[in-house]
Design a protein around this ligand. Structure first.
Ligand code: SF4
Length: 520
């Protein structure tokens, strides 16, 4: 029996797709699997830990805990952004209070430690050597011992995808090593893939972890379990044993990956491309049948496509085969989004929001980034999506190598001009992948100063460094009234994961029995 763990901390609003996908494949091959979402369980455990309220804010947050949890899990609060913000901020405040005596700085969506860095292998090993210092430790200890003693797994796998999970993952590994030294421990997930693909990777965790699995973990796991010669097929993810009604959303959000990698795979700044991750799409017929089966099984209120970019082929299939619940995901800005009829059919298929990586409002910057985006088309696409009733979450990156103050101002002007057509904005400052092709073009310096750092600091060739970019964003960009009013609409902490609930209410009723026919 295999125990698969999704470690904290990630947004606790939807079940983990990674371990559900592996569960589906392993079940298909008859392997018994137990899933543990230690993220949602751990966060709820900490929220419910009694605190000694020392100030009015904490007293109030503590007294209203159950009301706030119930609010975030029900639709009415999504009709009033201020009420939503109060509930979410109070939950987040409590997490900070519960952990204030420790070195951890915990929020609903992040985990940092004042003494340990997740990009230094020796400090991750330290987290494993002193698991009792992790604020989740009482929960980890009780729950892991209970499961191992009851289910007796021979192998425990951790799905480590983000830096915010790394220190907690190693704390759990240390705990299991202390209590159950005979267990085989396996580490996989997106972050592990990035580590292992770094040139000069030396395997600093040998002796602590039995196997590191880069890339998709399901088939390497089967081989490790001695099941060989299997045909690699796309299996239905299995979410059924996860606590589907516990997540902090007004109903289940069903995550689904219709592909891994990216069909475009050309953007110069992209870590996917730098790592050489191949594009592997699930056949569209299979995507549609998977989703209809999963909807019947799990009764979600929203489908979240996890793809880096939904392919035109899939968008076409979705537009002619409506899904039975609303959906959203990332897509590239391509000419078909300027076609009103196409966008209307997409809307009819259940599409409530599209996340669009526009990155810049300057054509020269877009060309240098190899985004394949034409600004005239982008302008038309935003207007057409608005007309069709599909909300947009627009992603921008500032401080890329090709950008300077003047092009950043062009981005600001583009956003202001299109502010009526943009529902949400995500602003990021460019991080240079430490091992991508871009690194050759600039003088680099150490960034996080860790042997596991994926990014490197650099001297911008036009003096447009992080400090200047931050100043422009703080003092100019975000202060423009048209932009400020978009930014104010962002749901704190949960951002794009909860944003669809704010637009759905103004569009059509929300229910797991979304009244759209499936014509497939
Ligand atoms: S579209 Fe996104 S995932 Fe694809 S190459 Fe560009 S940045 Fe990377």
């Amino acid at each position: 029996m295999l125990l698969l763990i999704h470690p904290p901390v990630m947004k606790p609003c939807e079940p983990p797709a990674g371990i559900a996908k592996i569960n589906g494949v392993l079940n298909h091959f008859g392997v018994g699997v137990k899933l543990l979402d230690a993220n949602i369980e751990g966060v709820l455990h900490l929220l419910k830990t009694p605190v000694e309220p020392k100030d009015t804010w904490t007293k109030h947050a503590s007294r209203t805990l159950s009301t706030n949890l119930a609010s975030v899990k029900s639709f009415p609060v999504y009709q009033n952004l201020d009420r939503y913000k109060r509930a979410v901020n109070a939950l987040n405040h409590l997490l900070g209070v519960v952990t204030q005596e420790t070195d951890a700085r915990l929020s609903l969506t992040n985990y940092q430690d004042q003494k340990l860095s997740p990009v230094k292998s020796d400090e991750l090993i330290k987290a494993a050597e002193q698991p009792e210092k992790n604020p989740f430790s009482p929960y980890f200890k009780a729950r892991l011992v209970e499961i191992v003693e009851h289910d007796q797994p021979s192998v425990v796998g951790f799905s480590l995808n983000y830096l915010s999970q790394a220190l907690c993952t190693f704390a759990m590994i240390g705990l299991l090593r202390q209590k159950f030294p005979e267990l085989k421990l396996i580490l996989g997930g997106g972050l592990v893939t990035s580590w292992v693909k770094r040139p000069g990777w030396k395997g600093p965790f040998n002796g602590l972890i039995d196997h590191l699995i880069p890339g998709p973990g399901e088939y390497p796991l089967l081989s490790l379990l001695g099941i060989t010669g299997n045909n690699k097929s796309f299996c239905l993810p299995d979410y059924t044993s996860l606590p589907l009604r516990k997540y902090l959303s007004p109903g289940l959000i069903l995550p689904y990956s219709a592909s891994s990698g990216c069909y475009w795979n050309k953007c110069s700044f992209c870590p996917e491309r730098a790592e050489g991750n191949p594009y592997v799409p699930v056949p569209v017929d299979k995507v549609l049948s998977d989703l209809h089966t999963l909807v019947k099984q799990t009764k979600p209120v929203l489908i979240h496509f996890l793809d880096n970019a939904l392919s035109p082929a899939l968008l076409n299939a979705l537009s002619s085969h409506p899904l039975p619940v609303p959906w959203y995901g990332f897509t590239r800005i391509t000419p078909h989004l300027t076609d009103l009829d196409f966008c209307r059919t997409l809307k009819q298929s259940g599409c409530v929001m599209l996340k669009l990586g526009l990155e810049s409002g300057d054509q020269k910057v877009l060309d240098a980034l190899n985004k394949g985006i034409n600004l005239k088309e982008a302008s038309q696409a935003l207007k057409t999506l608005k007309k069709a009733g599909i909300a947009t979450y627009v992603y921008l990156i500032f401080g890329t190598i090709a950008e300077n103050l003047s092009s950043a101002k062009s981005t600001r002007d583009f956003v202001v001009k299109h502010s009526d057509y943009i529902d949400f904005l995500n602003l990021a400052i460019f991080n240079l992948p430490a091992y991508g092709p871009e690194v050759e073009k600039v003088a680099t310096k150490k960034f996080y100063e860790g042997d596991l750092s994926l990014y490197t600091d650099f001297s911008h060739p036009q003096g447009w460094n992080r400090i200047q970019v931050r100043e422009f964003l703080d003092k100019e960009f975000t202060r423009h009234p048209a932009i400020a009013s978009i930014i104010r609409k962002e749901p704190p902490f949960f951002t794009s994961n909860h944003a669809p609930f704010f637009v759905i209410k103004s569009q059509r009723p929300m229910a797991s029995t979304f009244p759209l026919p499936y014509k497939g």
